[in-house]
Ligand binder design. Structure first.
Ligand SMILES: [Fe+2]
Length: 258
């Protein structure tokens, strides 16, 4: 079975590009399940709102998020109402929503897990290892377990994936919006990529208008970002998984640019 995982969709341009390419991509790779990170899909490029969520879920089984999950008004209702919208499971206890969901299609059931890293995130959360251990201990068996590990540091994402090598099907990193060239299957059968990348305008800094990002970096003054114009890319990864043991047998990185 195959699982298609798509990088952070940025703004309306990213949503449009996603909507125009995802069906063909699912068909080409014969994807049984599709997961997309939507934490930047609001028109401002931070957070997620209902219309964007609906358009992501038109094609995907689960929408994951991260540190930008809560930037838009009404997020509590959105996370409360929509079972297939995930926020990091290791957020502080008591936050609305959940970060684990099972999805079934035909004969296959997968578990999607959303976690957030501890390093350079500017975000307090519970230890992702403790949370992952608890999920593995308490959950019913499934054909595949896929983790969106939303984190800044590639080393943190590598350490997490290696720690669970052979116990989960795949870990795909999100958050940096920069696709890494390290897609692989780890020795005991966990598929991995440190960062899948993004879906949005690529003549940009992480999807943002360059002059605004430069202003913030150069002068360290508060700056309201807006989503860049111009052509888009869609970054994704496809994991081949053996449904009999949940191990990954192959991984392919996908980058589409207009
Ligand atoms: Fe993020």
């Amino acid at each position: 079975m195959r699982v298609l995982c798509i990088g952070d969709v940025v703004g309306e341009r990213g949503l449009k590009f996603y909507a125009s390419h995802v069906s063909a991509l699912k068909k080409k790779y014969e994807a049984d399940f599709t997961i997309v990170n939507g934490e930047n899909s609001a028109p401002t490029g931070t957070g997620i709102i209902k219309p964007g969520l609906n358009s992501l879920l038109t094609y995907a089984d689960c929408v994951t998020t991260g540190n930008h999950s809560f930037r838009q008004r009404g997020w509590e209702t959105l996370y409360d109402d929509e079972p297939f919208l995930l926020r990091p499971e290791n957020m502080m206890n008591g936050v609305v929503g959940h970060g684990v969901q099972t999805v079934s299609h035909g004969k296959y059931t997968i578990r999607v897990i959303n976690l957030i890293g501890l390093t350079f995130m500017g975000f307090s959360s519970n230890n992702p290892y403790d949370v992952m251990d608890r999920i593995l201990r308490d959950s019913d068996p499934v054909n595949a377990t896929i983790v969106d590990f939303h984190a800044e540091a590639t080393s943190e994402k590598q350490a997490f994936a290696w720690n669970y090598d052979g116990r989960i099907s795949a870990v795909f990193g999100t958050h940096t919006h920069v696709p890494t060239a390290d897609a692989r299957v780890l020795p005991k059968g966990t598929g991995f990529i440190a960062d899948v990348g993004m879906t949005g305008p690529y003549q940009s800094i992480l999807g943002v208008v360059p002059s605004l990002a430069i202003r913030k970096m150069r002068y360290t003054v508060p700056t309201r970002f807006s989503v860049a114009e111009g052509p888009c890319e869609l970054d994704a990864v496809v994991f081949d998984i053996d449904p009999s043991n949940g191990l990954c047998t192959g991984v392919e990185q996908v980058i589409i640019r207009e």
